[in-house]
Ligand binder design. Structure first.
Ligand SMILES: NC(=O)c1ccc[n+]([C@@H]2O[C@H](COP(=O)([O-])OP(=O)(O)OC[C@H]3O[C@@H](n4cnc5c(N)ncnc54)[C@H](O)[C@@H]3O)[C@@H](O)[C@H]2O)c1
Length: 326
């Protein structure tokens, strides 16, 4: 069945913004359902500036509704009013450190919020497909690399635990109530307008601001940095594909890159970078590259930006929008 209208929970966020643009480009109507929540303390955050930028860019191309995923009555009302054929579920506390610190809140939003949405799908007739945004944190420490979708899931933190629980409940509802679901596992998404103070945002912004770049563990930690437009491409392909019912996909760049490499690329733009070395950070999963062969073969996914290209775009965005001076 062709999907013509999609509701994105958390659609006003970082990934949601790019996904909205990607779907609109592909001729899909988009409804954004978002509570406009920021989990970073306001004085440390540029949330408002980035949110304003995103909303100004997409407000004429989609329908934006304020609402919390945990408010069942409101979700059902919006679904009945807008009648999307699919939901892409991005709304969450998306930051591992915050989820770990505020575990009960993370469970309420990341897990219970997901269950509420699944119950809402049962209560309406229009929604035929549910796409769940999981995370590479479900794997815990990688046992081999690149980690494919069959790698054991053994999260070592609360965030990964909430995402794995969300996956399990998505599957349970899907099988019990015949909901067509697909699970997407992104990793270390980076790019313009990220406001969650992830390592990539801090490194790029500190380089612009002339502040020292903190490098833990000799810069050896490796993750599968993924440029946000590629992440959006993966979600769009999954929701529009008729043949990915009950499947799970890694959607990443497909290569593990170290923090040291990230900093070295930045040095091309900022030769005088100051780097401060510190011991290993808090316990985080020992990750690396993910295997994206399944998404390439079954969805036609093709990440277009390696780290060099993605950082170039990120740097150019900050230069041209002057966003850090505002
Ligand atoms: N960015 C990454 O590196 C990354 C990696 C793996 C997985 N993910 C997952 O992708 C999804 C999107 O992440 P993001 O980076 O765009 O985060 P984001 O914080 O930029 O966007 C999340 C959006 O969800 C909304 N939201 C939060 N709680 C809500 C609630 N209770 N009801 C309704 N809306 C709510 C927020 O207002 C925000 O606009 C998350 O589920 C995250 O866990 C992200």
């Amino acid at each position: 069945m062709p999907i013509k209208k999609v509701l994105i929970t958390g659609g006003a966020g970082f990934i949601g913004y790019y996904l909205t643009k990607e779907l609109v480009k592909r001729g899909v109507d988009v409804v954004i359902y978002d509570s406009f929540m920021n989990y970073i303390p306001p004085l440390e955050s540029r949330y408002s500036a980035y949110l304003e930028y995103r909303l100004n860019d997409i407000k004429n191309d989609c329908y934006i509704v304020r609402g919390d995923i945990r408010n069942r009555g409101n979700v059902i009302r919006v679904l009945n009013e807008t009648k999307p054929e699919a939901i892409i579920h991005l709304a969450a506390i998306p930051i591992a450190t915050v989820s770990n610190q505020f575990s009960e809140e993370a469970i309420q939003i990341n897990l219970n919020g997901t269950v509420t949405l699944l119950e809402c799908i049962r209560a309406v007739s229009s929604v035929k497909k549910f796409i769940f945004a999981s995370s590479s944190f479900v794997y815990g420490d990688f046992k081999y690399e690149p980690a494919d979708e069959n790698h054991e899931t053994s999260p070592i933190d609360i965030y990964g635990g909430t995402k794995l629980s969300g996956e399990i409940l998505t599957k349970s509802f899907g099988k019990r109530y015949d909901i067509d679901y697909t699970i997407i596992r992104p990793s270390a998404v980076y790019g313009p307008t990220d406001a969650n103070r992830r390592v990539s945002q801090i490194l790029v912004e500190n380089a612009f601001l002339g502040k020292p770049l903190i490098m833990h563990n000799n810069g050896n930690d490796r993750v599968d940095f993924t440029y946000v437009e590629d992440t959006a491409q993966g979600f769009a392909l999954a929701v529009l594909n008729d043949d990915c019912r009950h499947k799970t996909f890694n959607i990443t760049c497909g290569k593990g890159r170290s923090i040291r490499e990230f900093i070295d690329i930045l040095r091309n733009y900022f030769p005088d970078l100051i780097v401060k070395e510190l011991p290993a950070d808090e316990r985080r999963p020992n990750r690396g590259g993910l295997d994206i062969t399944k998404a390439e073969n079954e969805l036609g996914y093709q990440p277009a930006n390696n780290l060099e290209k993605g950082i170039a775009k990120y740097v150019e965005f900050i230069k041209t929008t002057n966003v850090l001076k505002k």
